[in-house]
Design a binder for this molecule. Structure first.
Ligand code: RIB
Ligand code: CA
Length: 313
């Protein structure tokens, strides 16, 4: 058996977050120590509920779900109901969760877990704005060298932005948190729009989830059919980009992705380019190479992995 990787998933579900969480829960190589909810796609009171709905859909009411930051560190919260629907998980009808929300604040859970677990063993997977991660680094700087790595979905450069012409949503919502994380010195692997926009949920791929015939397969197909319509209209594509599962897929099959170590710096001053991730792909600055920046994906292999793994739930 491959080595088991303990992870914490920080998330703002979100249909694509949901597929990422299901992929993690379906994979024996991954041990989900906890799921921390953050405000993002929809307000916190919904993301923390959606995270529990997804755990119950996966048959995992044992997973610990924590509630975290209700708003970004400095700026006001910007949400994305136009993409994800009012509930943040529009598409399938999922019952309200019965499993409890943990009492502990998400940031305290992240700090406590990293200080308790063996140093260098826990991977953080960030699928939403980086508010919880940044606050944990500020609350206890000693966690930085203890984090094995942070794998995050966020940013974009060659592809531009998806919420402004220059900024991707997760970074745009909390650019100050992203700045703290990018300057923290931790090992970061980034899944930007340059990569995730190549992973489109075509009708054929969505049908392969539905054809699993399971509760999970049908629910995922319903989620994707709702979630993709916004980007299909915007980009004129067959299907929309399935962003967040790229983070978990990289842990399972890194060979599906291609990128390089570069500097990424985020704009936190100019309103015009607020939240822009400036990727020094050609190494023209002397700025430290703080990120492994993924730019390409074997999207066929990615969807084959998703269908195979979700078929196990
Ligand atoms: O820009 C895409 C990202 O923003 C994804 O994580 C999606 O879930 C939203 O949070
Ligand atoms: Ca997300």
């Amino acid at each position: 058996m491959a080595e088991v990787t303990p992870i914490i998933i920080d998330t703002d579900p979100g249909q694509d977050d949901a597929v990422a969480i299901l992929l993690a829960l379906a994979s024996p190589e991954i041990d989900v120590l906890g799921i921390t909810a953050v405000a993002g796609n929809v307000p916190l009171r919904l993301t923390e509920k959606n995270a529990r709905k997804i755990c119950e859909l996966a048959g995992r009411p044992d997973i610990k779900v924590f509630s975290g930051a209700i708003r970004p560190m400095v700026r006001n919260l910007v949400t994305a109901e136009e993409v994800h629907g009012k509930t943040g998980l529009n598409g399938p009808e999922l019952p309200d969760p019965k499993m409890p929300l943990q009492d502990q604040y998400a940031v305290d859970f992240i700090v406590e877990t990293l200080m308790r677990e063996e140093s260098g063993t826990v991977t953080l997977c960030a699928l939403g704005p980086l508010t919880n991660i940044a606050q944990a680094l500020i609350r206890e700087p000693k966690i930085a060298p203890r984090i094995k790595q942070l794998v995050l979905m966020g940013g974009g450069f060659f592809e531009g932005g998806n919420v402004t012409p220059t900024a991707e949503f997760n970074i745009y919502v909390d650019p100050h948190a992203a700045d703290v994380v990018l300057k923290s010195g931790i090992q970061i692997t980034m899944m930007p729009l340059d990569c995730t926009h190549k992973a489109l949920t075509t009708a054929k791929r969505t049908a392969s989830f539905r054809n699993l015939g399971s509760k999970v397969g049908v629910a995922v197909a319903d989620m994707l059919e709702f979630f993709e319509r916004f980007d299909e209209q915007k980009y004129g594509t067959d299907g929309g980009p399935l962003h967040d599962p790229c983070v978990i897929a990289w842990l399972l099959k890194p060979e599906l992705f291609e990128g390089r170590n570069i500097n990424v710096t985020v704009e936190t001053a100019s309103e015009l380019t607020m939240g822009m991730t400036v990727a020094d792909w050609w190494g023209v600055t002397k700025r430290p190479k703080n990120v492994t920046y993924m730019r390409d994906i074997d999207h066929e292999g990615f969807f084959n992995l998703l269908v195979e793994r979700l078929g196990r739930l």
